[in-house]
Design a protein around this ligand. Structure first.
Ligand code: PLP
Length: 449
């Protein structure tokens, strides 16, 4: 069951995918030859054309940004040393607790991305050579493990098939055998954005408790926090991480990290080198509303608005909305007669849907056609499942009618790519489900009584 799998199995795909991504994501006027150059060379645009309407952004991050958030971010340059900033920043930190479901943890906001949040989680709590257990079931869990290894941690990698999640029984078994309590941390990617799999963090905590194991529980919530149920205090997560471009529906650029009292205690003896992501510098300055380096004010304004919107909606409603969206997408896949990569319903993600395409069809062709013909951005299959699946992101600032446009676009692009699909088969299933389950917007209830 347990196997230590070398990076070689996954890494050869990374270069391929990175190159593929760079090439397809570049604006038309930039020519980029991955064989000869690592830096794109700007070329005169032969013809500039912006299609009417808007691009339909349905990758699982970066996601759509609400106009309220965009407007909140539209601010002139300001000085974060002026007196207003301290209370503003303290409020930002306090407000961020909402997304983790915590009252007890200490929140941090770094300029950076989810990857920076990973580093903060590890460097602030662990020492070189410390033993960490981590499940690997997609590109992101792989990359976090790669970071752990590069930082000098001793990682017990538990490989799982791509399309499955963390196996609590295996975890319990590993921890039971660790009688000397050598394992210092269990690291879990809550929502694996490669495969559309959500692991059960409460279940992992239960497995740890069942054998009374003192390891820290470090959780990557990059594509779950703010969209899917996340209860940091109840699950006793020690460090939780997310990035601004996911469920918070902001531009990329902030890493959100929260640390439990136990994690802050572990920090005192943690010997991994840390500089930019050192909690200690934040703990020295944040309580008085200060920051150790220049903050991104526009992002903080955006974040405050985005969390305000989540609070207005209510987190339980946010989770329910994501479930409705996810279920609608899954019904569409069923209507198309296709399969999800995630076969077991217990792990199906409500933040994205990963669709397997039939043998002989290249899913990259579907993604390219969707963009070229319908101005729809879908997610490609990553690493070893490139060409075999495509991903529909439905996390963050999203509603049913937005998602139905992606389902319609995916449907048409699949037909274009030769998938035998009846027009309307997937969209029909989704709307059949949504018209029965969607609720009236809170402030408009009186209109339909
Ligand atoms: N973890 C997960 C689950 C992700 O989906 C991603 C990015 O998509 C990351 C980590 C890395 O985050 P970033 O690209 O913001 O560094």
């Amino acid at each position: 069951m347990l196997r230590e799998v070398s990076q070689k199995r996954v890494l050869p795909f990374l270069g391929q995918i990175t190159r593929g991504l760079s090439a397809s994501a570049l604006p038309e006027q930039v020519q980029y030859d991955p064989q000869t150059s690592s830096v794109p060379t700007p070329q005169p645009a032969p013809f500039s054309y912006v299609p009417p309407g808007r691009n339909h952004l349905f990758v699982p991050g970066p996601v759509n940004i609400h106009e309220r958030v965009l407007r909140a971010m539209h601010v002139p340059g300001q000085n974060h040393r002026d007196p207003w900033f301290a209370q503003f920043f303290k409020d930002c930190l306090e407000e961020s607790k909402l997304i983790y479901g915590t009252k007890e943890a200490t929140p941090f906001i770094f300029s950076g991305t989810g990857t920076g949040g990973w580093e903060a989680a590890l460097c602030n709590t662990l020492s070189p050579g410390d033993k960490v257990v981590c499940f690997r079931y997609g590109l992101f869990s792989h990359l976090w493990i790669d970071m752990m290894q590069r930082l000098g941690l001793d990682v017990q990698v538990v490989d799982r098939p791509w399309g499955e999640g963390a196996d609590e029984n295996t975890l319990e078994d590993i921890l039971r055998k660790d009688t000397d309590k050598k394992i210092k941390a269990v690291a879990v990617v809550h929502n694996e954005t490669t495969t559309g799999v959500t692991s059960d963090i409460a279940g992992c905590r239960k497995a740890m408790d069942a054998v009374n194991h003192p390891a820290l529980l470090l959780v990557d919530g990059v594509s779950s926090i703010g969209a899917l149920e996340f209860r940091m205090d109840d699950w006793r997560v020690d460090v939780a991480v997310t990035g601004s471009q996911k469920a918070l529906s902001l531009p990329t650029g902030l890493a959100f990290v929260a640390a439990s009292p136990k994690a802050l205690e572990a920090m005192k003896s943690a010997k991994l080198k840390r500089v930019y992501y050192d909690f200690a510098d934040m703990l020295r300055t944040n309580p008085s509303g200060n920051v150790p380096y220049t903050p991104s004010l526009a992002m903080l304004y955006g974040m405050r608005e985005s969390i305000k919107m989540l609070r207005e909606e209510g987190m339980e409603n946010v989770f329910a909305r994501h479930h409705r969206l996810g279920e609608g997408a899954r019904r569409a896949v069923e209507g198309w007669g296709l399969q999800l990569l995630c076969k077991n319903p217990r792990w199906r993600s409500d933040s994205l849907t990963v669709v397997e395409v039939p043998e002989g069809v290249d899913s990259n062709k579907i993604v390219k056609t969707a963009y070229a013909k319908y101005d729809l951005s879908l997610g490609i299959g990553l690493a070893q499942i490139n060409g075999k699946v495509f991903r529909i992101g439905h996390l963050g600032n999203m509603n049913e009618l937005m998602l139905v446009s992606a389902l319609a676009g995916a449907e048409m692009a699949m037909i274009d790519a030769g998938v035998p699909i009846k027009p309307g088969s997937g969209v029909g299933k989704a709307i059949e489900y949504w018209h029965q389950t969607s609720s009236v917007i809170k402030t408009r209830e009186s209109l339909v009584q």
